[in-house]
Design a protein around this ligand. Structure first.
Ligand code: ATP
Ligand code: MG
Length: 445
């Protein structure tokens, strides 16, 4: 993409009403614009990041054997009356009436709708196990929408639902989700720690929230610092291997790590004192096993191996996709702007032309641009007729991990400069070597 032809409405001023850094940088970098309280338009740069996160989520869910689909945002109130949640959900639910006077709602979550689909089409235990998921916009009329996309009213969530014959099988689905979530967050360059949480109105003993540590997080968390040493890495996982998935769950959830809702001071005090941490975190996902709560209420039964109808065991599993954009920025920025990791960056590499209109500089930039593009990467070429300082400031703000700077002086010696956004370190090299290095970083080749 050439910046002269792109739509990147960067703001010079810091927006007054943005209280946390991710909100400020998302506005300043032209990633989004508030449409109403807690409702945002995703401008091209923000939309690109959102799509990248969605793709990572999809890839990891499919890898775990879960099946993508898409349910609507608008749901019928009648289904929610069947489960009893139409009244329970309270003021967070946006209720709508259509022209025929039928009650509808903008879905805050999808347990009812997916259970209705299941009961209509699945009747035998032979069709189990089954895990379906979608990535769809949700609406919760939050009392205090704030912090930009972190607590929106309309937000993008991946929500998945498992249907299993019994508790053991459903707990394996729970473990599969835990493992796939660990992989998902790591690919986004994030450490998200599974913490024992409270089931809330959904209930059940089995629930973990995934938290990214950040001072601006809304949750208070208590943990053994040893949990921050755990990484998933590139280990091979067989998602059908019950023992292997259980092993990962144990490895990542045995040490003390809890949100304030389930915090137990006595247990916490058993952690060696120098490893006890009290901090804040951003909830970027949650997994639940809730047994037969919805399948009983909505009559989602299958014929079991003994021929008798049996209510299926279910769980639901959510990732806050739009919140993650903010969470990643909270975890990775400096005073100049955002610092994307390679896995989620909107463009792979910036190209800054220090002297637009200089024949040699223009030609060198064009050839860098086409070579990176031909290698399957997406460079962002700042080809505007602007001062170098302004170009650097924009690149630093939007946070691409790599930048190639091209100027007439360097070109006389046959070199350009390759700079890492994260370390700020620059290296001079030939244009060819810069392309090779950037391509290698992204493709491993
Ligand atoms: P919170 O406690 O932050 O209100 P929740 O526990 O009610 O969230 P879940 O029902 O667990 O949310 O939804 C799954 C995920 O969706 C959450 O882990 C979070 O990342 C995301 N999410 C929930 N509410 C919002 C919101 N208002 N804005 C953005 N993301 C949200
Ligand atoms: Mg939650």
């Amino acid at each position: 993409m050439r910046l002269s032809r792109y739509f990147l409405p960067v703001l010079k001023e810091t927006p007054a009403d943005a209280a946390i850094v991710s909100h400020r940088y998302m506005l300043r970098a032209g990633m989004m614009k508030q449409a109403q309280a807690g409702i945002y338009s995703w401008l091209p740069l923000g939309f690109k990041v959102l799509r990248k996160l969605e793709n990572i989520v999809h890839e990891e869910q499919v890898r775990a054997g879960h099946i993508p689909m898409l349910m609507p945002t608008l749901q019928s109130a009648d289904l929610w009356r069947e489960s009893g949640r139409y009244e329970d959900y309270g003021e967070e639910m946006l209720r709508i009436t259509d022209r025929h006077g039928r009650d509808m709602l903008y879905g805050p979550t999808n347990e009812e709708l997916i259970t209705d689909i299941f009961r209509s089409h699945v009747s035998s235990y032979k069709d189990l196990p089954l895990t379906l998921y979608h990535i769809q916009w949700k609406f919760r009329d939050e009392r205090r929408p704030r912090f930009g996309v972190m607590r929106g009213r309309e937000f993008l969530m991946k929500d998945g639902y498992n249907f299993d014959l019994d508790k053991d099988a459903a707990l394996h689905a729970y473990n599969r989700h835990l493992v796939s979530y660990l992989r998902t967050y790591e690919r986004m360059g994030l450490q998200a720690i599974p913490m024992r949480a409270d089931g809330g109105p959904i209930g059940g003993d089995y629930t973990h929230e995934f938290l990214v540590l950040a001072d601006t997080g809304e949750s208070e968390v208590f943990y053994d610092s040893a949990v921050t040493d755990l990484t998933f890495g590139d280990r091979q996982i067989d998602y059908d291997d019950v023992a292997q998935c259980q092993g990962v769950l144990e490895e990542f959830t045995t040490r003390y790590a809890r949100t304030d809702e389930t915090h137990d001071e006595a247990l916490f005090n058993e952690v060696p004192e120098d490893r006890r941490r009290v901090a804040r975190g951003i909830e970027v996902g949650q997994i639940f096993y809730f047994g037969t709560k919805y399948s009983e209420a909505l009559g989602a039964k299958v014929q079991g191996p003994d021929g008798k109808p049996t209510a299926v065991h279910m769980g639901s599993h959510g990732i806050g996709v739009s919140r993650l954009v903010g969470a990643i920025i909270e975890a990775s920025h400096d005073d100049k702007g955002i610092i994307w990791s390679e896995g989620v960056t909107p463009f792979h590499c910036g190209i800054v032309n220090l002297k637009q209109g200089d024949a040699a500089a223009d030609a060198a930039c064009e050839s860098l641009y086409s070579e990176l593009t031909n290698a399957g990467l997406e460079p962002l070429y700042d080809d505007r007729d602007e001062r170098a300082g302004g170009k650097f400031a924009t690149m630093d703000l939007i946070g691409l991990p790599w930048r190639i700077t091209v100027g007439p002086r360097g070109l006389k010696n046959g070199v350009v400069e390759l700079t890492s956004r994260r370390t700020g370190e620059s290296e001079e090299m030939t244009p060819d070597a810069a392309v090779k290095k950037v391509v290698a970083i992204y493709t491993g080749k």
